[in-house]
Design a protein around this ligand. Structure first.
Ligand SMILES: Nc1ncnc2c1ncn2[C@@H]1O[C@H](COP(=O)(O)OP(=O)(O)OP(=O)(O)O)[C@@H](O)[C@H]1O
Ligand SMILES: [Mg+2]
Length: 462
């Protein structure tokens, strides 16, 4: 069989790379995904009976990109793909499995498996925990070379850990020895991919028209400008805890974010040391992370759902953002009015985003004993999923990005609680002195110097 593959020099370097962990990363369109697929094909043919896993974060991503892309150039004479099993078979017995890893626990799908090569496409979409867990699936009783090969653009959820693992410690292009094995970072630039440049010359121009930080990340593959993750201090190990029964005397709060297509609500209890425990979640939305269309809730239905979930516990306050007090034109009443009518009176919290995020950061910070001020029960999985996924707004770095929109609901709800408790930073108000009528009479009669003296003596009344 004649295999017709032309690779760019960078892709060739990726195929030939000899390190335990390789990252091909940088500009968009540099031919990274193609390199993964070509490399997987060459490996499968070279090592009969080998087994590889190639991953994207979600199944739709996988289908749109890798699955479609590889079917276009894998030779039919030696390869067939079974779409329900997401499994590719080579006539020499090699296997190529296509996988995804939406949620942390999805890694356990690969629990029993062993692979010779594991490939992550868009590595920054994955969490470090997923990467490390799947790394442990790399083994087998054969002599095929084992490695983890990844490709990515800068700037996803996992930007910070990927950069720390591959980019910061050593110069690009040279393998180096980490404690867990050798690592290599191969940078990619869009200009390295003549295939794309020829076929779609407008692509470069479209990248050039992006906002500054995004352009430099995607066009030049620069990693420094775009420190993606907003709450980089978030750690599963310290901010997530196993549920326990909340003592009856701890005050409880509900904090929510509500829109026509989503409802995110969290119950928070305060312990005796003033620490907060986020102990219950109601999360319904268009895309609720289960990949299904969520229902939109009417206010009545949302209030009922929350009352039911609340199990009759009494609340200090149910906090909601100020926009729920906007009056609707048709009725002259606000969402808050309807919530109250449905048995859930709301308390208005602040929608000051910047101070709100600052408050969230303060709550996530450790106290003197090293424990954070706020912890989240493991069952609140949408908050645990989306809080660390929030990105910086590249144009306003003190704020979070509002895209992808689905990531914002749970953190917005939490922010309402944090800012309510912490309060916005305020400049100390100027204290105004209050004068008696006699003092004012003295003031009226005095000349400039006398007036200054009186202000000095009685305090500034203006
Ligand atoms: N060696 C090659 N031979 C033929 N076509 C190629 C080759 N390398 C890349 N291409 C084509 O160039 C385009 C971009 O490549 P690819 O999707 O691999 O880039 P990428 O770096 O993964 O991009 P993104 O950052 O958008 O994920 C694709 O259409 C791909 O098929
Ligand atoms: Mg790609």
């Amino acid at each position: 069989m004649e295999l017709e593959l032309t690779l760019t020099p960078r892709q060739q370097a990726f195929v030939e790379a000899e390190a335990d962990e390789v990252l091909f990363g940088g500009a968009a369109g540099g031919g990274k995904s193609y390199a993964q697929l070509a490399d997987a094909l060459l490996y499968a043919l070279r090592y009969p009976g080998s087994r590889q896993l190639i991953l994207r974060r979600t199944y739709p991503d996988l289908e749109r990109s890798l699955i479609a892309q590889h079917l276009a150039f894998y030779p039919r004479q030696v390869y067939s793909y079974a779409s329900t099993a997401h499994l590719g078979r080579f006539v020499n017995g090699s296997l190529l499995e296509f996988g995804y890893c939406d949620h942390e626990k999805d890694v356990y799908r690969y629990q029993g498996a062993e692979y010779d090569v594991i490939r992550f496409d868009e590595l920054t979409h994955f969490s470090e925990e997923m990467y490390l867990y799947l790394m442990s699936r790399l083994r087998g009783a054969n002599h095929f070379p084992k490695s983890i090969k990844s490709s990515t653009n800068p700037g996803g959820v996992g930007h910070a850990w990927v950069k720390a693992r591959f980019i910061d410690p050593a110069p690009a292009g040279r393998p180096w020895a980490a404690a867990s094995g050798t690592r290599l970072f191969l940078p990619s630039r869009v200009q390295d991919n003549p295939f794309l440049m020829q076929r779609d010359p407008g692509y470069l121009r479209r990248l050039e028209n992006l906002p500054d930080a995004q352009r430099r990340a995607l066009l030049n593959g620069e990693w420094d400008l775009f420190e993606g993750q907003y709450f980089a201090e978030f750690r599963q190990q310290i901010h997530v805890c196993q549920p326990f029964a909340i003592p009856a005397h701890w005050p409880r709060y509900l904090t929510l974010d509500y829109g026509t297509d989503m409802l995110a609500a969290y119950w928070v209890a305060m312990d005796e040391q003033g620490r907060a425990w986020v102990y219950r979640e109601v999360y319904e939305g268009r895309d609720n992370g289960k990949g299904e269309e969520g229902r939109g809730h009417t206010i009545g239905a949302a209030a009922r759902l929350l009352r039911q979930a609340g199990q009759g516990e009494s609340l200090r306050a149910a906090l909601a953002p100020p926009d729920l007090w906007n009056r609707r034109q048709e009725t002259g009443r606000s969402a808050a009015d309807y919530f109250a009518q449905a048995g859930l009176p709301l308390t208005r919290t602040s929608n000051d985003r910047v101070n709100g995020w600052r408050a969230v950061r303060e709550w996530l910070a450790p106290g003197e004993d090293g424990q954070p001020w706020l912890r989240i029960f493991a069952g609140c999985r949408n908050l645990i999923r989306t809080l660390p996924a929030l990105q910086f707004d590249p144009r306003r770095p003190e704020d979070t990005a509002r895209q992808p929109h689905e990531l914002t609901h749970a953190p917005d709800a939490l922010r309402g609680f944090c800012v309510y408790w912490t309060g916005p930073a305020r400049a100390p108000a100027k204290r105004r002195a209050v004068w008696s009528p006699d003092q004012w009479e003295d003031y009226e009669r005095a000349d400039a110097a006398g007036r200054a003296y009186l202000i000095e003596k009685y305090g500034d009344p203006f």
